[in-house]
Design a protein around this ligand. Sequence first.
Ligand code: F6R
Length: 243
Amino acid sequence: MKVIVTESFAESCQLVAQEIIDVVNQNPAAKLGLATGGTAEQVYPHLVKAYQDGKVDFSGISTVNLDEYMGMSPEHPVSYRKCMDTWFFDQVNVDKSRTYVANGLNDPEAEIAAFNEKLYGDKMLDFQLLGVGVSGHIGFNEAGEYLTAGVHIEQLDESTIQANSRYFDSPDDVPRQSITMGVGDIMKAEKIVLIATGDSKVPVMKRLLADDRVSADLPVSVLKLHRDATIVIDRELYEKATR
Ligand code: F6R
């Protein structure tokens, strides 16, 4: 696992966007695994700008998103489908029929099957964008006794519910379950880039960077097992996490 330390979060976003642009420019039919969340959100404007400036063409790509809240309509203002449409898909020339964000209203078993078909029906992910939760989750793979390899329904951790309640009227409104790629699905991507920033991520980064251990209690630590995984963090977070 490689760690890149930038001078600012803005620089991190630019750098991560450039990684994605490079993947697409090298392979216009690239299959991208995408992420939502407040951190990843800041990467998309750079992709939109690069598209507007004629520096990248998204017409040949396909995408699969990491996760979605269960029980939430794709039309809900904070559904991950809505976020992706607003932040990225509706602003570039991607073919939306080749974008997949799980439908939280569907029957769970049927949606797991659809998710797997999108992930493995044609080819594997060339790239996966990640953020990390305060619980150490990637996708919605929460910390615990064990990790799940494949697509599954996950119970959200209390810390995740609290962290994500900023998007809802109250913590009670945050869905308790999500559908998510498993860690095995994420680890099958050819290249993985994780972006993190902010004081809330200091404890997780501290644990991640402290040693060479991999633990189900810190899901993000599995990235240490990947051939081409990079963590991009700004100096402020890096220094707080390593002091
Ligand atoms: C979102 C996702 C999550 C977020 C993580 C960080 O699709 O899979 O793992 O990346 O919860 O979220 P923020 O950036 O809001 O702290």
